[in-house]
Structure formats: structure tokens, C-alpha cells
Design a binder for this molecule. Structure first.
Ligand code: PLP
Length: 388
């Protein structure tokens, strides 16, 4: 291999990030309290359209503590899609609950509102105390957790009123959706709590990290409290079982420099996405990732859906691209096919079953130049033609 490999999605770290982290190190504020954390929480709240954010050490931790803050606990069910990253279902389990898997809408790859309506209207019942339970086995329904797949918000204008009608809280797994807009607005007010991840492959990174936002500052303050050992005052008083889930000041320092570049990163993602969409439009058996008219700036990962009629399956195409220096890999394997969640309750998942083996994300690092994008396009097209 003479040419360098093109990775799938790597951090874009420059001089501003270096300076910000170095300043934090030199300030002595290296642990879980410090001015960079305060600044990061304000910045995340601002781009989310809310007053308050709670920074945490990972998206998974944010999801876990959000569920706990909304009263989800042992024996509960949390309704969400099977088509997601393992963190969504793991967080439900960490809270002592069990995921209930529904299908996705093929137009957005997010939680199907019709499947949710059918489940809530036809297969739940209220007990004598007014608690909503699954009719089949009496388990309490604790929350609904839509996932903003690849940064694409779910159909929240349908999902949230439906959940309100049934008295269910909504936690959005918006791990990859920082900066996304829903109907032209920032996404922080849609769900009761919305959770981001700043893992290394996300649009902005803190190394590892996450944040929880919501329209109600008191609820976000409760998330922060739970994530900070439920400590009251500056002594050793703790008013409930807490977690040590806080982001460090060093991570937040990196995050502040990254957040200042959010618009640059979103524009880069849009540029790369457009190039792929133009290049692969009209190719037999190839379709783009979905994008509904309701969302914008929702372009974390994108690529192509490869129909078997092309003569290719995704694992073979991944291997061929890897040999040619293009660092792609297969995408999410649904949760109902994972050993840990095989026995979780679920509905039929026809869209998920057909879709997941055909999804191929293409390289989308925000520093990917037009030459690299052209090389990815040329290589993919060449392989598709070989089999045709
Ligand atoms: C990245 C991601 C997460 C996990 O976040 P971590 O920060 O890695 O814990 C959760 N859910 C989805 C959908 C993700 O893409």
C-alpha cells in the first residue's frame, strides 16, 4: 500500500484544541470540577436551545442517569428501536430495566411512530393505581427511548404527544446528533431529556464524554446531582444512591475548542455527504441514507445502502475496500440479534431485519479532503462495476 489509508471517522484536532487542553493542565483544574466544565455545559445548552446541560463521562452514562432521573428502575420496560448501537440497550439494563424493541421507519431509520402507537393503544393496560403496564405480562412501562439514528431526529412531533397521552417520559438517544435541527430548531427541547456522546468518532469529541440536556432546568440539575455522587453541600452528605459519572475539566477543555468548530464540522459533513449522494445517484441497487424534510444538519454518518441485486454483500464490499485502503466497516447489528438482548420482548421487526445487512457507512471524517472523497467514490464505483 503506497497511498495512505482513509479512515472511517477520526477526530479533527488542531492547535486550538492543543492550547485549550494545555491551559487546563497548567491551571491545575484537571479533575471533575473546573471552569472548562462550566463553559462546556453552557455551550452545549446553547447549541441545544435550552438553559442547562449536565456534562458526563460518556454517552452511555448520560443515558443511564437520565433513565434513573425519570424514575425508571428494576423490572420496568423501556421502549426503543432494536436498530441502534449497544449503548442504548446497555443503559436500559444498567438502570435495572429491560428494553422492548420496536421497528424503525424506513424513511428515517428511527423509531416507527405507528408501531409505538399500536403497542401503547392495543397492548398495554392501566392497573388500579393508574400505572401503565404491558398487558401480556404486567411489567410497568417506564419510558420511551427514541434514537436519533446517524444524528437524524426521530418523528418527535408524533412520538412526544403520544407519550404524553400515556404519561410516559421520553429520553432521546441523540448520541450523534449534536448541532442537528428539527423543523429548523435545535433539538434540546423535544424530549424530557436528550443525551449526546462525544466519543472519538462523533462530530465533536472530548476523547470520551457525553451530556444531558432538557427543557426543564430542575430535571437537568437532578441529572447533574445524580451523576455527582448525589452529594449535598461540600461535606460528605449524599441524599440518595449516586453515580460518579462526571466529565473531567481536561475533557471539557478539549470539548470547548471542538464546540467552537461545530459549524465548520457540520459543513464538512454536508460537503462530503453531497459528494457521495451525487456520485452514487441513479446507480442500480444503491440508495443513500435517509434524510427527511424535517431535519437538517443531521449528517454524522452517511453512505450507501447496498442491495444484493448489485452482486455484492456488505461484508465482501468492506473487505475489498479495506484491501484498497478505504477504512470502512459494517454497521449496527440490531439488538435483538445480540446474546444479551435475545430474550428481550419485541414486536416483529421487518424493516430492521431487511435493512441492517445492507448498510455501508463511507469515510466521513471532517478533515477529509475532496481528493480523498474522490478516491472513495472511484474505488466504490470500480468495485460495483466489477460485479455488474
Ligand atoms: C456513540 C453512541 C452512543 C454511545 O456513547 P458513548 O459515549 O460511547 O458511551 C450511544 N448511542 C448511540 C446511538 C451512539 O451512536
Amino acid at each position: 500500500m503506497t497511498r495512505r489509508d482513509i479512515p472511517l471517522a477520526v477526530p479533527n484536532i488542531g492547535a486550538a484544541e492543543e492550547a485549550s487542553v494545555l491551559a487546563a493542565v497548567r491551571s491545575g483544574w484537571v479533575s471533575t470540577v473546573g471552569p472548562a466544565v462550566d463553559e462546556f455545559e453552557l455551550g452545549i445548552a446553547r447549541v441545544s436551545g435550552v438553559e442547562k446541560a449536565a456534562a458526563v463521562a460518556a454517552g452511555t452514562m448520560g443515558l443511564h442517569v437520565a433513565l434513573v432521573a425519570l424514575g425508571v428502575g428494576r423490572g420496568d420496560l423501556v421502549i426503543g428501536p432494536s436498530y441502534t448501537f449497544a449503548a442504548t440497550a446497555n443503559a436500559v439494563s444498567h438502570a435495572g430495566a429491560t428494553p422492548y424493541f420496536l421497528d424503525i421507519d424506513p424513511r428515517s431509520w428511527t423509531l416507527d411512530p405507528e408501531a409505538l402507537t399500536d403497542l401503547l393503544e392495543n397492548r398495554t393496560e392501566r392497573d388500579a393505581d393508574g400505572v401503565l403496564r404491558l398487558a401480556a405480562d404486567g411489567r410497568r412501562i417506564g419510558a420511551v427511548m427514541p434514537v436519533y439514528t446517524n444524528g437524524h431526529p426521530a418523528d418527535m412531533d408524533t412520538i412526544v404527544p403520544l407519550c404524553r397521552r400515556f404519561g410516559l417520559p421520553v429520553v432521546a438517544d441523540a448520541a450523534a446528533a449534536i448541532g442537528s435541527l428539527y423543523k429548523g430548531e435545535p433539538i434540546g427541547r423535544l424530549a424530557d431529556l436528550t443525551v449526546y456522546s462525544f466519543n472519538g468518532n462523533k462530530t465533536i469529541t472530548t476523547g470520551g464524554g457525553g451530556a444531558v440536556v432538557g427543557p426543564e432546568p430542575a430535571l437537568v440539575a437532578r441529572v447533574k446531582h445524580l451523576a455527582s455522587t448525589a452529594r449535598v453541600g461540600s461535606g460528605y452528605d449524599h441524599d440518595e444512591v449516586g453515580f460518579n459519572y462526571r466529565m473531567t475539566n481536561l475533557e471539557a477543555a478539549l470539548g470547548n475548542a471542538q464546540l467552537a468548530r461545530l459549524d465548520e464540522f457540520v459543513a464538512a459533513k454536508q460537503r462530503i455527504r453531497r459528494a457521495y449522494e451525487t456520485a452514487f445517484a441513479g446507480l442500480q441497487g444503491i440508495s443513500p441514507f435517509p434524510s427527511s424534510g424535517n431535519v437538517s444538519r443531521a449528517d454524522w454518518f452517511f453512505g450507501i445502502v447496498v442491495d444484493p441485486s448489485t452482486g455484492w454483500n456488505v461484508p465482501d464490499l468492506v473487505a475489498a475496500l479495506n484491501e484498497r485502503g478505504i477504512g470502512v466497516r459494517t454497521f449496527w447489528k440490531p439488538m435483538h440479534l445480540q446474546p444479551a438482548f435475545r430474550d428481550a420482548p419485541r414486536d416483529a421487526l421487518p424493516v430492521t431485519e431487511v435493512l441492517w445487512p445492507k448498510v455501508l457507512p463511507l469515510p466521513c471524517s471532517t478533515d477529509l479532503g475532496d481528493g480523498d472523497v474522490a478516491r472513495v467514490i472511484e474505488t466504490v464505483r470500480g468495485l460495483l462495476e466489477t460485479h455488474a
